[in-house]
Write a protein that binds this ligand. Sequence first.
Ligand code: SF4
Length: 75
Amino acid sequence: AQPMLEESNPQAKALGYVDDVNKVDTGKFPKYKQGQLCSNCQLYTAKSDNAGTCTAFPGKLVAGNGWCNLWVKKP
Ligand code: SF4
């Protein structure tokens, strides 16, 4: 299985990635709106109940309940 993306990963940090939306730094990332989740992001493909791949972070899994500043609504 692929490893989970860590919040400390430099690219993750730059994009404000958190593995739980309750931790979003809304001061730094005001684009965040309630209801946005990795699991409803266009870049996400679910691999289990709460983890999936994200095309922005190849080789890692992101949390379904996570978020980052690249969030785009799944069409
Ligand atoms: Fe989550 Fe989407 Fe950001 Fe990937 S691009 S980390 S799926 S919010």
